[in-house]
Design a protein around this ligand. Sequence first.
Ligand code: TRP
Length: 336
Amino acid sequence: MEQTQSEKKKVVLSLVQPSGVPTLGNYLGAFKNWAGMAKDYDCLFGVADLHAITVRQVPAELRAHTLEVFALLLALGLDPQRETIFVQSQVPEHAQLAWILNCYTQFGEASRMTQFKEKSQSHADNVNVGLFTYPALMAADILLYQADFVPVGEDQKQHLELTRNIAERMNGVYENLFTMPEPFIGKAGARVMSLTEPEKKMSKSDPNQKSFVSLLDTPDVIAKKIKSAVTDSEARVYFSAEKPGVSNLMGIYSCCTGRSYDEIEAEFAGKGYGDFKAAVAEAVVEELRPVQERYKKHLADKAYLLECAAKGAEQASRRASKTLGKAMKKIGFLQL
Ligand code: TRP
C-alpha cells in the first residue's frame, strides 16, 4: 500500500507473550514480515508480560523471558528509532484501561472465549480471574493505540472479535472513543505445520521436540529435525493435499528462498527426499542465522535492552495516555 507523506499511516500493533522461544512457524507466519511493515504502517510491538502472569511464573524467569522476547523483537530487525517497542507492564495505561474495559465486557461473552475454556482445563489448579479477563487486557493493548490492524494468529481471532465488540459498545455510548481494529492479513504468510504430524500446526508447546524448529535451534539441530520430518513413500517433490509433510516442507522452503512451488518442483525433479530435506535445512539455517546472531548480540547487552525498553515505554505511554485520558473524561472521572 503506497502512502503519500501527508497521509497518516495506519497503526499496526501486536504483542508477544514472554513464554518460551517462538518457533519457525511463528517466525515465517508473522515475525518475518514485521520489520518491513514500518514503511507502510505506524508500528508498535510489545512484550505481553501482564498476560503472562495469568499462569504462575517464577520471578527470575519472567524477568529473563521478558528481556529475551524484547531482544528477539530487536533481532527481527525492528528498530526502536522507527517502531515503538515496549514491555506491557512498564506502560501503566494498559492495566488502567483494562479495568475500564472489564466494566464494559459481559460475563457471558468472556465465558465464551475458547482460550479461557481450554486454559481453565489445562490449569485447573489456578483458574484465576485474570485468566478470565485476559481478553479485556488484550482489548486495552489494542484500543489504547487506536490500532487499525492487529496481526494475530488463528487462536487470537476470537479475542480480537471481542475487542471489536467492546469498542463498538463503548463507541455507542461515548462517541468516537476507539478506532475499530481489524485483523491484519499479511502477504501469504506461511502456515507452518508440525514436522512430525503435518496435519497439526507447528507449536512450541508440543511435547515432541522434533515436531518444531525453535528460532534459537543450532544449525545441527535444525538439520536433524528437518531430516526426520515426516514425508511419504512416493519420493517425489510436489505440492498436494495428499502429501501434507512434503507440502509443509515446500511451504517452509518457499518462504525462506522466495521460490514458487513450481520452481521448487522443477528444482527437485528426479531427486529424492534426502536432497530436498538437505536443501530445506540449509535454507532454514540461513534464514535464521542473522536473526540468531542479532539476538545473541542484543541479549549480551542488557544495558542497551533496558535503555530501549525505557525509551519504548515512554513513547508508548505518551500515546496511550491520550486515549486513556479521553476515555476517563467521557466516562465521567474527575478531571484534575
Ligand atoms: N494474547 C496474545 C497471544 O497470546 C498476545 C497479545 C496480548 C496480543 N495483547 C495483544 C496480540 C494485543 C495482539 C494484540 O498471542
